[in-house]
Ligand binder design. Structure first.
Ligand SMILES: *[C@@H]1O[C@H](CO)[C@@H](O)[C@H](O)[C@H]1NC(C)=O
Ligand SMILES: *[C@@H]1O[C@H](CO)[C@@H](O)[C@H](O)[C@H]1NC(C)=O
Ligand SMILES: *[C@@H]1O[C@H](CO)[C@@H](O)[C@H](O)[C@H]1NC(C)=O
Ligand SMILES: *[C@@H]1O[C@H](CO)[C@@H](O)[C@H](O)[C@H]1NC(C)=O
Length: 423
């Protein structure tokens, strides 16, 4: 009984509450205040909807022509700023590198002037209006693959100021071709560049210029910690690139903005991967000449293993480099090492042959005349000395030639690398 009582009580109080709130909302003075605020004129609208109405009315009146650039008589000046977020995938094999960057374009379109309201002098245009506004048709020269990022929204922003200045910002990733010359690989310095140019307009219609050259990288750490290369320096260029129209055979010029990057490879990784193993093999094959020539299997197997190892190293490195038609500095070193190691095998063949011949010769001597043991022993000593003498001479020759080769090689290439850097 008690439970039922409580339930009915709470139900009644709930109904009363509902009635009370309904009555209050209908008759209270605060609700009338709310209504007044809602019906107020839009002069206090500071969120830009009024401004976008101004702009929309501009398009509704059809006074804005999308296909016509802002300044009809003079070239449109487009300012460009680039913030590079990362440089990745510098690939010798494909001869390209990938930039992820924010592109800031600035220009003035006087047709889009509007009246500022209060403190609001600029608005971010919604995407449906962005498509109705003229934008410069810039493209990345030499790009193999580019895209605009879309996380979390399409990464394109357009901010319009009341004087008609437009800030257009896009985030793109672009893989750009970079012609590398690998003559001095791995002690090479590569020049790669990022080039932006108008696709359709000549320099009489669009003039590009850099807005701010002081900042290029979003994060300095990114530049200092590039895995394969060190960025020596970068340089901004503004130039007029010649452009030959193949249909009319007339030469026009296009405004072009370029940043060149000078990159020096960190050679240590390549040293550990190729030079040191090759060097070790040459030394090992050289030391093998101290093995007794009579134990042929030991020397032959050591020589052949060294030759095979060097060819494996050469083949392994061919996989990371493009198939260039010239010899890189590394190719020269590895092939010379190959020749050295191969020469030890050849030397042993000759040595073995000579020893064989000697044995025969001694055998014949023994059978021909049974001379005194003294003469025989002297003769045998002499001949054996001749064979091992070859080994000793070859050993000295082998190591001194290799040393001389190394001195010449490293002096030449470090000098060349130094010279390149000074340029
Ligand atoms: C405009 O900006 C000034 C200073 O930034 C501020 O004091 C003022 O309240 C702002 N006015 C409006 C209408 O927002
Ligand atoms: C360029 O950008 C830097 C850093 O963002 C800034 O300190 C500098 O004032 C800017 N220079 C110009 C001319 O806008
Ligand atoms: C490129 O050409 C335009 C128009 O002819 C000229 O105003 C501008 O100075 C030139 N720029 C350079 C870097 O030569
Ligand atoms: C790279 O560019 C610099 C000047 O910008 C030039 O001196 C150097 O020779 C170039 N290096 C290569 C390998 O093209």
């Amino acid at each position: 009984m008690k439970v039922v009582d409580q339930k009915s009580m709470s139900f009644c109080s709930l109904m009363f509450m509902i009635w009370l709130t309904g009555y209050c909302s209908l008759s209270s003075p605060t609700s009338q205040l709310n209504k007044k605020i809602k019906s107020k004129p839009k002069s206090k609208d500071v969120h830009g909807t009024d401004i976008s109405k101004q702009i929309e009315s501009l398009f509704r009146k059809h006074t804005y022509e999308l296909s016509i650039r802002p300044d009809r008589d003079s070239p449109t000046r487009v300012g460009l700023g680039i913030i590079i977020e990362s440089i990745t995938d510098i690939s010798e094999k494909n001869m390209d590198l990938t930039f992820t960057l924010c592109l800031h374009e600035t220009w003035m379109d006087k047709r889009l002037k509007f009246k500022a309201r209060g403190n609001v002098s600029s608005i971010v245009l919604p995407s449906k209006l962005m498509n109705k506004i003229w934008v410069p048709d810039l493209y990345v020269v030499g790009s193999k693959n580019s895209f605009i990022h879309t996380t979390t929204v399409n990464n394109v922003v357009m901010r319009l100021f009341n004087d008609g200045t437009i800030f257009h910002t896009l985030k793109i990733t672009s893989t750009v071709a970079c012609q590398m010359s690998l003559y001095y690989f791995p002690l090479d310095i590569e020049n790669c560049s990022l080039i932006l140019q108008s696709l359709g307009y000549s320099n009489k219609e669009i003039l590009l210029h850099w807005t701010n050259q002081s900042k290029l990288f979003m994060d300095v750490g990114l530049v200092n910690n590039m895995p394969k290369y060190q960025l020596i320096h970068h340089k901004f260029h503004e130039l007029n690139a010649s452009w030959t129209d193949t249909s009319k055979i007339t030469e026009t010029f296009k405004s072009r903005l370029q940043i060149t990057f000078e990159l020096r490879r960190y050679p240590l990784a390549v040293f550990f991967q190729s030079y040191f193993p090759a060097l070790a093999m040459v030394l090992l094959a050289g030391l093998g000449m101290w093995i007794d020539p009579k134990s042929a299997p030991a020397r032959v197997s050591l020589g052949v293993t060294s030759v095979l190892t060097i060819s494996t190293i050469i083949n392994g490195l061919k996989a990371i480099l493009p198939k260039v038609s010239y010899l890189t500095a590394m190719d020269i070193y590895l092939w010379v090492c190959f020749i050295f190691v191969f020469s030890t095998v050849l030397e042993f063949c000759v040595l073995n042959y000579l020893m064989h011949k000697q044995e025969k010769f001694i055998g014949r001597r023994l059978s021909q005349r049974s001379t005194t043991s003294q003469i025989l022993s002297r003769k045998t000593f002499c001949l054996c000395d001749g064979a091992t003498g070859l080994d000793v001479k070859f050993r000295i020759c082998y190591f001194t030639t290799f040393l001389v080769f190394n001195i010449i090689y490293w002096t030449y290439y470090t000098a060349v690398a130094q010279h390149d850097e000074d340029d």
